[in-house]
Write a protein that binds this ligand. Structure first.
Ligand SMILES: *[C@@H]1O[C@H](CO)[C@@H](O)[C@H](O)[C@H]1NC(C)=O
Ligand SMILES: *[C@@H]1O[C@H](CO)[C@@H](O)[C@H](O)[C@H]1NC(C)=O
Ligand SMILES: *[C@@H]1O[C@H](CO)[C@@H](O)[C@H](O)[C@H]1NC(C)=O
Length: 287
């Protein structure tokens, strides 16, 4: 137990140092006029990312399904200082919409510097009930659309020495109960973009990929899903959003937010049974 605590404390220090190091090398001016596409931007972390990019003076295209809400987000982006702010409504579970969204952004902004993939399809937080069709469907918005958009945007990102930002989750690193379909899609994302990252590096590509590992964030959809089941604190979406943007802008390969997701990633391999105990007991469940 004592070694565990020592390692825990050391890991925390490393995590904190990493955050400050990244922050200090981040130049907000680098985002002025940057051409950014943010998906899943009608609410939650995506909406907050749109506002941060707007404050930094970026040119942004946002997308989600709901037109009316996107219009409101755009208005706020413009008032916060976005050089340009446009929306395109799209359904990421549709086969052609993902590519059309990238084409829209490329055309309107004349290219892309940041492709920020953040959207997720709806899935419930509960024990798996055998619904295979749901998993088959969820892979479309949560995984296939990411792959399609990344490939479509790659030539422009090569030209601009740009970045892809993939918003993933603790679930992409380790399995959690009550979220088997979601976990499957996030592991697929981490696997795919991890491989792509190697291949781009081997090709001496100009493009960086940042994979973001997030814990529980206080978005409406996340809180509604876990209500009554998880009682651990949720972390603020606006801070998560800023950390994601800095990670992309400084071309870091990984973000762990909040810090304990980094520690969990280590302890799951070092102390598997302890980690499993913590995960299973963090949920309110009485069979
Ligand atoms: C996808 O979107 C296109 C254009 O909006 C539409 O024509 C097509 O029917 C949609 N496909 C599905 C499977 O819903
Ligand atoms: C990287 O960018 C330069 C232009 O600055 C371009 O000539 C080169 O082809 C790009 N690399 C790749 C792999 O596309
Ligand atoms: C997180 O865990 C994965 C899988 O065990 C490992 O490959 C990766 O290096 C870990 N990340 C860090 C920052 O330790």
């Amino acid at each position: 137990m004592l070694t565990f605590i020592k390692i825990l404390i050391a890991s925390i220090f490393v995590g904190i140092l990493a955050v400050f190091w990244n922050r200090s090398s981040f130049d907000p001016e680098s985002l002025r006029g940057a051409r950014v596409l943010v998906t899943g931007a009608s609410s939650g972390i995506g909406e907050q990312m749109a506002y941060h990019y707007a404050r930094f003076g970026a040119k942004i295209v946002i997308t989600a399904r709901r037109k009316k809400i996107l219009e409101k987000v755009i208005e706020k982006c413009l008032s916060l200082g976005a050089q340009e702010a446009l929306y395109v409504s799209a359904d990421m579970s549709n086969e052609t919409d993902p590519e059309n969204v990238v084409d829209f952004a490329l055309e309107k902004l004349g290219g892309l510097d940041y492709l920020v993939l953040n959207h997720v399809g709806k899935s419930s937080f509960a024990m798996w009930n055998g619904d295979v069709d749901h998993i088959r469907w969820l892979m479309k918005p949560n995984f296939f659309s990411y792959v399609q958009m990344a490939w479509r945007a790659l030539p422009s990102l090569e030209q601009s020495k740009g970045s892809m930002i993939v918003v993933s989750s603790m679930a992409g690193k380790m399995s959690n109960p009550f979220a088997a379909p979601y976990t499957a899609t996030k592991c697929a994302l981490n696997g795919f973009f991890g491989s792509l990252n190697h291949e781009l590096a081997m090709k001496k590509s100009n493009v960086s990929i940042s994979i973001c590992t997030l814990g529980l964030i206080d978005t409406e959809s996340a809180l509604n899903a876990v209500r009554g089941i998880i009682t651990t604190p949720a972390y603020p979406a606006t801070e998560a959003a800023l950390n994601i943007i800095i990670t992309g802008a400084t071309r870091q390969q990984e973000l762990y937010y909040p810090w304990f997701t980094y520690v969990m990633n280590l302890t799951k391999d070092w102390f598997p049974s302890l980690t499993n105990h913590i995960i299973r007991n963090a949920l309110n469940y009485n069979p």
